[in-house]
Ligand binder design. Structure first.
Ligand SMILES: [Zn+2]
Length: 267
């Protein structure tokens, strides 16, 4: 039987220091590109120290692809049962896990190089930070399910659904493809909106639409992050109104986190 460590080797011995005391454990597959792996690790290390302090020591695995994640060796390494392992979506660029039940893996982040490799730098960073934000959600006791967060999130979901209902089918498809992943799950909205509060995307139009759609979620999260001294980027802005159809006619890069791997350009 092959040892998991023949696939996942320690690439940077566990003492990469963050701030005073936090170590970032990091493993990469033998076949993954070293530069890419180093870049992704750097994005994780660059995240605010206050964030690392709360989430603690979470090992980060950089794997070639989801097929490697679904191998028997990785099931053993991450303590996943095979049924759970095989149920993970093949479309993901990254995955944050914590043991919500026996066999559901141990607290870790997995990143899949094949999906991330060709993405723009800020999107690569967003994928890494998105996974860190899932760990923050977990470390704060499932904050994406608490009453304050849920009230804000549900308001944004209702507004999004109301707006998209009146659009052309084409526009609706565009916005659902871009933002639907976060509209369908408060966990995903938490991770992605928190990512954009700390690292907003550089495209001002997309940034305005994103924070327009998630205005209530962003306000609730901003309060939560500020209360924990996690710095918010000043570029974050909430527009009073969103010009939906015009926005939809742009071809944007639609910078997003793990869930949407297709380019979000309009056909
Ligand atoms: Zn996610």
């Amino acid at each position: 039987m092959r040892s998991p460590l023949r696939i996942l080797i320690v690439a940077a011995a566990s003492a990469l220091l963050i701030g005073q005391a936090q170590a970032l454990q990091y493993r990469q597959s033998k076949t993954v590109d070293d530069n890419l792996a180093r870049t992704l690790l750097q994005y994780a290390k660059d995240a605010p120290p206050q964030l690392h302090k709360i989430i603690g020591d979470v090992p980060i695995y950089v794997m070639d692809d989801i097929a490697m994640f679904k191998s028997p060796a990785v099931a053993r390494e991450l303590k996943m049962n095979r049924a759970f392992q095989q149920s993970v979506s093949n479309g993901l660029a990254g995955l944050a896990m914590w043991p919500i039940a026996k066999g559901r893996g141990f607290r870790s982040i997995s990143l899949f190089a094949d999906k991330i490799r060709d993405a723009p730098a800020e999107r690569q960073r967003a994928i890494v930070v998105h996974e860190l934000m899932h760990q923050l959600d977990h470390a704060l006791g499932n904050a994406s399910q608490n009453r304050t967060f849920m009230a804000a999130y549900k308001t944004d979901v209702q507004n999004f659904n109301k707006m998209t209902r009146t659009m052309s089918a084409e526009d609706r498809e565009f916005f659902n493809r871009w933002l639907g992943y976060y509209i369908k799950s408060s966990h995903e909205a938490f991770a992605e909106v928190a990512t954009h509060l700390v690292y907003p995307q550089s495209n001002g139009d997309e940034r305005a639409i994103f924070f327009g759609v998630f205005s209530n979620t962003a306000a609730a999260l901003e309060k939560m992050l500020r209360a924990r001294d996690i710095p918010i980027d000043v570029r974050k802005a909430t527009p009073a109104t969103i010009d939906w159809p015009e926005a939809g006619s742009r071809s944007g890069s639609c910078l997003i986190g793990e869930g949407l791997v297709r380019p979000c350009t309009r056909q």
